[in-house]
Ligand binder design. Structure first.
Ligand SMILES: [Zn+2]
Length: 286
């Protein structure tokens, strides 16, 4: 019996015996797990094996906050971002890409409840000119500007651009995209301005998301361990429910409550199969 074999056996025993560690195990593991891509669980309680790193810059996009090491995802997600970047580049723009997932997915100690399964990506509304590449320091420093006047329930016309609507529409029309979260005020403005509202069905209202949009891909075809999200109701969603969302956002802006930092998502809810993802060997080539 070789030493390597013994080490492998003890690793496997560890993987079975140890509970999934709370958050920090997932946020400190530096590299993806080797092997074919496999999503396990859901966007808000899941992990990913065989994730790919999105290159930090490509034609029409650049990754922001790279020091967080959250630029990993299912190859389908990486291809989606690269393609959206090319579409932006064709229009003379460069997208600023926020968080995807940690190298093996899982809960993050701050910032998101989802983004756990390598199928979510945040894209800033703010864009750069195609030929402007930000310095590394700027990718860590530049603030993400809001596009809404929350207390008035309207877009901020001095910030908003039809270019941002174009990228949102192109993302929504990508077949692999399940849904996109934006601030309800942004969705409502689009409900008023769009003549063809069919693409708005995938654009779902949420809190925050006034400076970036959050794209969520559907489970990859044939990926049996990936748990899909419940489908949303049919229709374009330009309805009374959306109006309620906007009303609540305006109210919250007018009488803000003291901010209570939410608890980070727990690792206890992850599928057991995520143990082997967290404790398995790193992908070759890293
Ligand atoms: Zn997000």
């Amino acid at each position: 019996m070789t030493v390597r074999f013994l080490v492998l056996c003890s690793l496997l025993v560890l993987a079975v015996a140890l509970p999934v560690r709370a958050d920090n195990g997932w946020s400190t593991v530096a590299y993806p797990l080797a092997g074919p891509p496999q999503v396990i669980g859901s966007h808000a309680a899941g992990c990913i094996a065989g994730a790919m790193a999105l290159p930090l810059a490509g034609d029409g996009y650049q990754v922001m906050r790279p020091s967080r090491n959250r630029y990993y995802g299912h190859p389908m997600l990486v291809r989606f971002v690269e393609r959206l970047g090319q579409q932006a580049a064709a229009r003379g723009a460069r997208l600023l890409v926020g968080d995807l997932a940690q190298p093996r997915g899982g809960p993050m100690p701050n910032g998101h409840r989802s983004h756990q399964s390598g199928l979510d990506v945040d894209v800033w509304f703010l864009q750069q000119p195609r030929d402007r590449l930000l310095s590394r320091a700027d990718t860590e420093r530049i603030e993400m500007p809001t596009m809404v006047r929350a207390a008035e329930g309207t877009l901020n016309p001095s910030r908003w651009s039809p270019r941002y609507r174009d990228m949102l529409k192109m993302a929504a029309q990508s077949p692999e995209v399940d849904r996109i979260f934006v601030n309800a005020i942004i969705k409502q403005a689009l409900c008023y301005s769009e003549t063809d509202r069919s693409w708005l069905s995938k654009v779902r209202p949420w809190w925050g998301h006034d400076a970036h949009f959050h794209v969520r891909l559907a489970c990859p075809p044939g990926d049996g361990q990936c748990k899909p999200q419940k489908p949303f109701p049919p229709g374009d969603g330009c309805d009374a429910d959306l109006a309620n969302w906007v009303r609540d956002i305006v109210r919250a802006a007018l009488s803000p409550r003291p901010f209570r930092k939410p608890e980070p998502p727990s690792a206890d809810r992850l599928p057991v199969a995520c143990n082997a993802v967290l404790y398995g060997p790193m992908a070759r080539g890293w």
